[in-house]
Design a protein around this ligand. Structure first.
Ligand code: FES
Ligand code: FES
Length: 169
């Protein structure tokens, strides 16, 4: 083992402080999935194209497959595992269920984190369908359930008292 490759990091994941001694070459996704057993974030492409690995780091949505774990030192990370509380889904998660926006489910954790980030950034502000589409452009669904996903984002916005300007009555 080459000790020079390893570094201690302190991160807070879903509200829990963790100190890890990790290989500096590891991505945040690898650390979440392999070191911490948080397998909700998925590896689709591994190169920052599909968004299946999306997590929120200090309020910023990132592709954790191309985000080095050492960059997260001292930061707060939210993954899909930390969203529901006491078995109760968040409004965003509930919207995905209600709108039937889940097919195989592989992309869903990433989409839910992208929507969560978008809803939190725009809470209270009207948004357009175009803004919703652009904000989720980094997330791909191989089952191509995009209309239902779009509906889920709009329902999420409504649930958070932020109605889409273009939502049809
Ligand atoms: S797995 Fe990270 S963007 Fe595709
Ligand atoms: S639901 Fe299957 S990839 Fe999106």
């Amino acid at each position: 083992m080459n000790d020079q490759l390893f570094k201690k990091i302190d991160i807070t994941v879903n509200g829990r402080h963790r100190t890890l001694f990790i290989d500096q070459r590891k991505s945040l996704l690898e650390v979440l999935r392999k070191d911490l057993g948080l397998t909700g974030s998925k590896e689709g492409c591994g190169v920052g194209e599909c968004g299946a690995c999306s997590v929120i780091v200090d309020d910023v949505l990132v592709d954790s497959c191309i985000y080095l774990a050492v960059w997260a030192d001292g930061k707060t990370i939210r993954t899909i595992e930390g969203e529901s509380r006491d078995g109760k889904l968040t409004p965003v998660q509930q919207a995905y269920v209600d709108e039937g926006a889940v097919q195989c489910g592989f992309c869903t954790p990433g989409f839910v984190m992208a929507t969560t980030s978008f809803v939190e950034k725009n809470n209270g502000q009207p948004v357009t369908e175009d803004q919703i589409r652009k904000s989720h452009a980094g997330n791909l669904c191989r089952c191509t359930g995009y209309q239902n996903i779009l509906n889920a984002v709009e329902t999420s916005m409504e649930a958070c008292a932020c109605k889409s300007k273009e939502k049809k009555e």
